[in-house]
Ligand binder design. Structure first.
Ligand code: SF4
Ligand code: MG
Length: 363
């Protein structure tokens, strides 16, 4: 079983005076070990909120109101197992296969062990996450001192230098302060810290947005090769779908708190099925490969306090028809040639439409 993460029907509400706002509305997806997944969508679509829920970092007024987030522990792994309950550790010691743990049910103590050891997260504007008055090397050593007390001082120093080397920073930079490094180098240092405990999953939330295109490219190439080299899975979050096409295995696209399409990156690239994905793809020039015409999507996402009944994309959709006004579409297979490609759109429901739309139809 190479399943690593199973997000099931997760809902996150923002409690407001006027009532609850559904920031994340019944989102489900799975991630395999070593898989690189992209989560795309405009700002406010709920993609960061999903990441927060997975890391159990949601704070009021945001509250996870429903769903499960199953994490499948690696049986062959010898790192700290503190996130497992005593019963589970006993079972594992007895040679039993481990059940999944629901991240939403972990105690605070289990959660501390889970973060860093299993899951690392690199936030938006992570370059500024470094402590400005502390040498980069000391910041890595700090993490190791806290979470790997089993290592000797010497071993920690060696490990810190290795981590910097892994992200392409010369070990003599251990003695540099953050302001002495370029934006790209600071970003690399943050990634080195995230990798310090060899996590199984890394979540990156718009980590390169503040960097120029060439440096973005370098960072993306780096994180991809690190994932492949270390066998680490990644969820990469960005508003820029074109970045994901080159970086990821699979892509999930969010709109107004819901998933509207999930598919292999190549299938999205060649045949986006949801009208929103189609529009999003045409809004961004790709960094490599043929340039696409930038047409964009007229209009803006609905106010989450007043999402209309039916399809949340209806006001902007060139293909909308009567059912879209009243009936909420759910994810369903949208391609005969790509069985894994799902879209939440009535156009792919034979009940409404005998033939699925062609690319021409969607423009
Ligand atoms: Fe457009 Fe209707 Fe499909 Fe929504 S369900 S994306 S409004 S065609
Ligand atoms: Mg965000």
């Amino acid at each position: 079983n190479d399943l690593l993460l199973e997000v099931k029907d997760v809902c996150v509400d923002y409690q407001a005076a006027s009532g609850a706002v559904h920031a994340v509305d019944h989102v489900s997806f799975t991630l395999r070990r070593g898989e690189i997944m992209g989560l795309a969508g405009e700002s406010g679509s709920g993609k960061s909120t999903v990441a927060y829920a997975i890391a159990r970092l949601t704070r009021p007024p945001a509250v996870v109101t429903d769903g499960e987030i199953f994490y499948y522990p690696h049986a062959r792994d010898h790192r700290s197992r503190g996130f497992l309950s005593r019963k589970q550790r006993a079972e594992e010691a007895a040679g039993a296969a481990l059940d999944a743990v629901d991240i939403l049910d972990l105690t605070n103590e289990q959660l501390r062990a889970f973060r860093w050891n299993e899951l690392a997260i690199v936030f938006q504007s992570a370059m500024n996450a470094l402590n400005p008055v502390m040498k980069v090397g000391d910041q890595i050593l700090d993490v190791l001192k806290t979470h790997r007390p089993d290592l000797t001082k010497h071993a920690r120093k060696e490990h810190a230098a290795e981590l910097l080397k892994l992200v392409g920073i010369a070990p003599d930079r251990l003695n540099s302060y953050p302001h002495e490094l370029s934006g790209g180098m600071r970003q690399r240092a943050v990634i080195a810290i995230a990798l310090a405990l060899n996590p199984e999953l890394i979540i990156m939330d718009e980590p390169t947005t503040a960097l120029d295109v060439v440096v973005q490219r370098e960072i993306l190439d780096l994180v991809k090769s690190l994932c492949r080299e270390l066998g680490m899975a990644m969820i990469f979050i960005t508003h820029d779908l074109s970045l994901l096409l080159e970086l990821t295995d699979n892509i999930a696209i969010m709109y107004a708190g819901r998933l509207v399409e999930t598919a292999a990156a190549l299938d999205i690239y060649h045949h986006p099925r949801h009208p929103y994905s189609h529009g999003l793809l045409n809004s961004f020039p790709t960094l490599r490969g043929p340039r696409r015409k930038m047409v964009g999507i007229p209009g803006s996402p609905p106010d989450l306090r007043q999402v209309p009944p039916g399809c949340p994309f209806q006001q902007r959709c060139p293909m909308a028809f009567s059912a879209c006004k009243t009936i909420r579409p759910t994810l369903r297979p949208a391609s005969a040639s790509a069985p894994g490609q799902l879209a939440a759109c009535h156009l792919y429901d034979p009940h409404y439409r005998a033939e699925p739309p062609t690319a021409q139809d969607l423009t």
